[in-house]
Design a protein around this ligand. Structure first.
Ligand SMILES: [Zn+2]
Length: 343
């Protein structure tokens, strides 16, 4: 027996000297990060887990990326004005989801309105073709007045979240708030891009800022990564008169990082920063700007359903539920960075 063990040990030593065998610890580490993320995702954040943790499958040329219709271009390339897609594929009614918080999304992309004692704050503005039916008409259907929009906070300068900003600024005089690098990208656009170009307005400084309107303060946290100027937030809403804190995750996908280790590290640090801000504030609600990640479209419709004793608003996931979301983002980014061979 002793001889056999010695022989096995010798063989193992030889393997570790072989260059191919050094890949094994990285594979083990990737698998460990993915397992941690999968466990944190549970049944709540499966879309986030799948999109961030699993390697993108090779697609035939011209096929749609996951979550995107065949032939639809990437969000960042949607600067050319184009007609609205078939309404039956995206339109959703607006919903009041808390006492003073409203979902104004399409079935895929979310915009939100926060009502304060001094007017409305809009979070993200969707595509140019969605701004009138979802935000302007949506607010009106909910008994709110679009003329009361005072601030429009843009999580990041991609067409699926920012094309409505210029209209809300020019028509209603709303102030547009963005991170500095994303303002730079926005202001460099040609004047005839979809939705137009907002004029330079409020720039979030590198240390973040607090934005107060009437009785409500939004804490804006810089979370560079998905774009260099991505913003995330923590703010209060009212649920049956009681204050509930919301954590808003402003940018998600990491597919463009490749072997750029600094971008991966920046993204990971950002998730830890917003996770800490959420924990410090006692946030128990996690929302995003894509329904695929936070189930907003389903939850918005569930809010109106009868609740049994002890059942919370469906958007309330608890402090641990909020932290689990950021664990998915962090652990998937760690796995994907290793997989990409980024240094
Ligand atoms: Zn984006």
């Amino acid at each position: 027996m002793r001889t056999i063990h010695a022989a096995l040990f010798a063989a193992a030593s030889l393997i570790t000297l072989d260059g191919a065998a050094t890949a094994q610890p990285a594979q083990d580490e990737i698998a460990a990060h993915i397992a941690t993320a999968k466990s944190a995702a549970g049944l709540d954040y499966r879309g986030t887990f799948v999109n961030l943790c699993l390697p993108a499958a090779a697609r035939p040329a011209g096929a749609a990326a996951p979550g995107r219709r065949a032939g639809a271009p990437a969000a960042a390339n949607l600067l050319t004005p184009r007609p609205a897609p078939d309404r039956g594929t995206w339109y959703a009614s607006p919903y009041k989801v808390f006492d003073n918080f409203y979902w104004l999304g399409t079935r895929q992309h979310s915009s939100w309105a926060l009502k304060t004692s001094a007017g409305l704050i809009i979070f993200d503005t969707n595509f140019a073709w969605a701004i009138e039916p979802e935000i302007v008409d949506g607010l009106t259907k909910l008994g709110l007045n679009p003329r009361d929009i005072k601030y429009v906070i843009i999580s990041h300068a991609h067409g699926d979240h920012d094309q409505g900003a210029a209209l809300l600024q020019s028509r209603y005089g709303a102030h547009v708030v963005m991170g500095a690098p994303d303002w730079k990208d926005t202001l460099a656009r040609a004047p005839n891009v979809a939705g137009g170009v907002p004029h330079s307005d409020i720039v979030v400084p590198p240390e973040g800022m607090k934005l107060t309107l009437g009785d409500t303060t939004v804490t804006i946290v810089n979370t560079p990564g998905h774009t260099p100027g991505t913003l995330s937030y923590v703010f209060p809403v009212k649920d049956g008169g009681r204050t509930v804190m919301v954590a808003y995750s402003g940018g998600t996908l990491t597919g463009a990082f490749g072997t750029n280790g600094a971008r991966w590290d920046e993204y990971i640090a950002s998730q830890k920063r917003i996770a800490k801000a959420a924990a410090d504030a006692g946030a128990t609600v996690l929302i995003s700007n894509h329904s695929e990640y936070d189930d907003a479209y389903t939850k918005a419709r569930l809010v109106a359903a009868k609740r049994e004793t002890g059942e919370d608003n469906p958007f309330i996931v608890g402090a641990q539920g909020v932290q689990r979301y950021f664990t998915v983002m962090t652990e998937c980014a760690m796995a994907s960075k290793l997989r990409a061979g980024a240094k």
